[in-house]
Design a protein around this ligand. Sequence first.
Ligand SMILES: [Cu+2]
Length: 492
Amino acid sequence: MNPRISRRRLLASSSSAMLATALAGSRAEASAPTPVSAPALTVSRRTLEVNGKAASVFHIQGPDGKPGLKLSAGERFAYSVDNQCETASIIHWHGQTPPAAQDGVTETGYVGPIAAGAVRGYDFAPRPGTHWMHSHQGLQEQSLMAAPLIVRGANDARIDAQEVVVLLHDFTFRDPLQILADLTGRSGTGSAAGGTMGGGMMGAGSPTGTNGNAAGMMSGAGGMGMDLNDIEFDAYLANDRTLADPEIVTASAGGRIRLRLINGAAATNFWIDLGALQGRIIAVDGNAVNPVVVSHFPLAGAQRADVLLRLPASGAYPIIAQREGARQCTGIIIATPGAAIARLQDTSDSLAAACGSQLELQLVAVQPLPARAPDRIHRLSLSGGMMGYNWGINGLQWNNHHPLTVTSGERVHFTMTNNTMMAHPMHLHGHHFQVVEMQGTEISGAMRDTVLVPPMATVMIAFDANNPGRWLFHCHNLYHMASGMMAEVVYS
Ligand SMILES: [Cu+2]
């Protein structure tokens, strides 16, 4: 018997068992489809040295021992997750559109977490593009339980370019639970990552000594305050390394590079600076866009960008990511053989601006949604603030959210108005949407799974309800999500 078919049957029966468990109202984990013979993604603990200090973090390794997965064109996502951690976990396939029970979340009730030592199988047709995988359990994502998920498409082979994947992260030596407790004020210790909570002015006077943050940066226009960066981090990483010891990618002079940039940070929007190079953004969140020439552009939390560029001559070319509203940087260096590589500063001389709609307004989908009037419109207010840390959607936190109902076959619009002073990268699971209106301007914008909604702005997205089930919709700032900024799309 074909082992793949038999395993699929096993998965199918196991999924119905899980669904039955969920419908019975139990949150307990249904028996996992073990043993699963599919190649494994192994989730484990490791020690990572950051700024000369050892930290205990997580790792998601593919069968080849490298972080995450790279799938060939046409390859199925037929992998298992082997949880070798001391704690339960679950991995979400960010950017993928699998059946709902395989989305890698527990909140929708299909499955429980993968217990320590357990294995769970997955099998679905993956969506091509630059995607990623990360824990959707607790705050594990902050402890680097994140990795690239690159799915090559049929057309990728026509692009003759060296592929360079860069996963960005924000890093802290602190316990993320303590950070969240400080932010929500429940611990009573008073200090939130060194920031003062009361005035919406965060980041000042950090005991960790990281410098250069624009605490409670004022936007200037109308004297309206804009809040950036609730948390001080100890370092910013590109493929696990800081600029003190960056990854150096060797490439040839005149060579073409395809950067696959992934913002895997828990709570940081970055500006990408290509330095002396000019590139062309050809895809965002794995979806082709009409090429946009860039050298400096924003990449919000959870977003991805594919950038084509060419090295004009021999030399070393830093690709830098700078935290919005701050000076801290991370990055990699692309260098030709023998090029002199200068030590780079990990702080910029100037503060980065806030990430906003600058790039979004220029993006045009290569394959937009077919023109169609909406069958259903959900008007959503992004609500809350740093004071009280009561982030929500329509004033409601996840624990008392109202389901966002849709029906299969509908064209759905979400009109999101951000009534807070902080930008929120909003992520919809299981679907890709088109950005159709940005701050009053109608656009045939990018197809995405994550869009940044700037403070006091309105952004409209459209999607086709074509993947039945229950799907999370949330801010991808981990601490905003954890404190309640999440709702659920439910097919009626
Ligand atoms: Cu948010």
